[in-house]
Design a protein around this ligand. Structure first.
Ligand code: MSP
Length: 533
């Protein structure tokens, strides 16, 4: 059985998670479920990045110890992921004992083999990003990652000799075209960071103590990125004596999903750390774009933040997940607007998909008392065209997932939804159902067979749609299958091939709408008000 190990970034527990953070989690879980449906053994890792100055400051502000603070935040994160039905396999915290011990071992190993050396650091430090920058990296004198103020700092520190690995990294990029997706992120790394000369990375701090202590020099704590990035290996057993088998099973990861702001850490420092550990590199690092608002980044001070639970409470889990994945293209940021959210809901979910199911269930009931025996093999042009459209949609969907074109992969499904709605208009079942004056018994039988074939194709195509949306919208998928009278517990990706094998179909007597139409103006106002809270 092949395996699929996928990770999210470990999030800073610095506040409530907004829809941007949730995006990453939803996307990763969608991919995990997709691979699971394909019969692969999957493992999804998520967690919290709990050390560092910023967290220490947050705890002081909250009048708590850092540990109390991060415990509370980890519970908050786990509750949110539970509410969002994210079925991760492990939630790692960088304060976990096994992780701390492994980071200490890794640090001492690097020190012993000469990859880490002691020096003095002077540079421009961005506190929120916990990153130092050189003068040339600053943008208008501010942090190139977040645009905030930086200040000059100097301290005794340990450094990782990145330069030593620069050529090896470039060679790796060259010989592993799937390592970075999308490709343009690789070009950015080469042009912005590697070609101008890779700076050695400062890997310890003495200015605060909320972190993993360096065993051989206890006044230093390991700087967050070495601590954070290694979570991907310590979680699956690296550095724990009794977990070698687990580690060999899961590592290398198949995919790290990361946002564009942390691309540099995952595409340069992380592979270099792994090279220094003599470990294989992850197969793919997928760098996604951001969800942005009309006035730029989401931020509390701008009053434009949306939290996932606010959307879920009002519009449901699946609609929220659908809209998040749909709005972020692979080549630019995705704009969240209340107008677009309501439009996606009403048009894609309620009209296109919801009505297709409703019409189908109603017609099967009306024309055949809710029952269809089996595929008739009646090969007329429209039916063949629909079967071809189903196969084309599956093929396109799989290609888009493989190419990390996730928003497009939803469009592939909705193209099929549109074509299926059009198939109803083209075949006009209400006409096929009508007796024709003077028709022979033979003609009548043929007409009814035709109608049955249309119904069969609608049910079978909706079933395919339910499977295609399943990795992202499991509840909706279940509900579609339930209304069609099909068993969702036996669904696998391979069952997409059973299009003509459905037998003894019995749809529910009365289909319920899966998405209720929204009053656009009212809901747009409602979402606008959420942002102001
Ligand atoms: N702790 C580090 C990651 C360490 S991974 C070894 C970190 N944490 S974070 O909480 O600041 O960000 C976590 C993730 O959320 C990042 O991938 C970031 O890109 C993502 N997002 C934050 N805001 C976002 C949007 N508005 N839209 C999409 N993703 C967003 O960085």
């Amino acid at each position: 059985m092949s395996k699929f190990y996928i990770t999210t970034p470990i999030y800073y527990p610095s506040g409530k998670y907004h829809i941007g953070t949730a995006y990453c989690e939803v996307l990763t879980n969608m991919l995990k479920k997709y691979h699971e449906l394909k019969g692969e053994e999957s493992y999804m890792l998520t967690g919290a990045d709990e050390h560092g100055q910023k967290i220490q400051t947050k705890a002081i502000e909250a009048n708590e110890t850092p540990k109390e603070y991060v415990d509370k935040m980890a519970d908050m994160a786990k509750n949110l992921w539970k509410q969002m039905e994210i079925d991760y396999n492990q939630f790692i915290r960088t304060t976990d004992d096994f992780h701390v011990a492994a980071v200490q071992k890794i640090f001492e190993k690097f020190l012993a083999q000469g990859d880490i050396y002691k020096g003095t650091y002077e540079g421009w430090y961005c506190e929120p990003c916990e990153s130092y920058f050189t003068e040339t990296q600053l943008v208008d004198g501010k942090c190139p990652d977040c645009g905030r103020e930086v200040r000059k700092m100097q301290e005794e520190a340990y450094f990782f000799n990145m330069k030593k690995y620069a050529d090896k990294l470039l060679e790796y990029y060259d010989s592993h075209p799937d390592f970075v997706k999308p490709d343009y992120r690789k070009t950015e790394m080469i042009n912005n960071f590697i070609k101008p000369g890779l700076e050695d990375l400062c890997v310890t701090r003495t200015s605060f103590d909320w972190g993993v202590q360096v065993p051989s020099d206890p006044k230093h704590v390991v700087y967050v990125w070495l601590d954070a990035l290694t979570n991907y290996i310590t979680a699956v057993g690296y550095g724990s004596d009794d977990k070698e088998e687990m580690f060999n099973k899961w590592w290398p990861a198949d995919m790290h999903v990361v946002g564009k702001d942390i691309a540099r850490f995952h595409l340069i420092y992380w592979p270099i750390f792994l090279m220094a550990l003599d470990l294989p590199l992850p197969k793919t690092v997928y760098v996604h774009n951001w969800i942005t608002m009309k006035d730029g980044k989401m931020s509390k001070s701008k009053g434009n933040v949306i939290y996932p639970e606010q959307l879920i409470e009002k519009y449901g889990l699946d609609a929220t997940k659908y809209c998040l994945i749909k709005i972020v293209p692979s080549n630019s940021d995705g704009l969240f607007t209340p107008e677009q959210f309501v439009e996606n809901y009403n048009s894609d979910l309620c009209n296109d998909l919801g009505n297709l199911l409703n019409r189908t269930v109603a017609m099967v009931n009306k024309y055949f008392g809710g029952e269809l025996d089996e595929y008739q093999g009646l090969e007329n042009e429209v039916d063949i065209a629909l079967e071809d459209a189903v196969n084309a949609a599956i093929e396109k969907f799989e290609k888009d997932i493989a190419d990390c074109e996730f928003s497009n992969s939803l469009q592939d499904i909705w193209e099929l939804v549109h074509l299926t709605n059009k198939y109803i208009d083209d075949t006009a079942p209400w006409t096929l159902a009508k007796d024709v004056e003077g028709e022979t018994e033979q003609d009548k039988a043929k007409r009814i067979e035709n109608l049955k074939s249309v119904m069969y194709h609608l049910v079978a195509t909706l079933r395919s749609i339910a499977i295609l949306i399943r990795p992202l919208m499991e509840r909706t998928s279940d509900e579609i299958l339930r209304q069609l009278g099909l068993d969702s517990s036996t669904i696998t990706w391979d069952s997409l091939q059973e299009y003509k094998e459905l037998k003894n179909i019995k749809v529910v007597e009365k289909g319920e709408p899966i998405f209720l139409r929204l009053d656009a103006n009212e809901e747009i106002e409602y979402i606008k008000n959420l942002m102001k809270k």
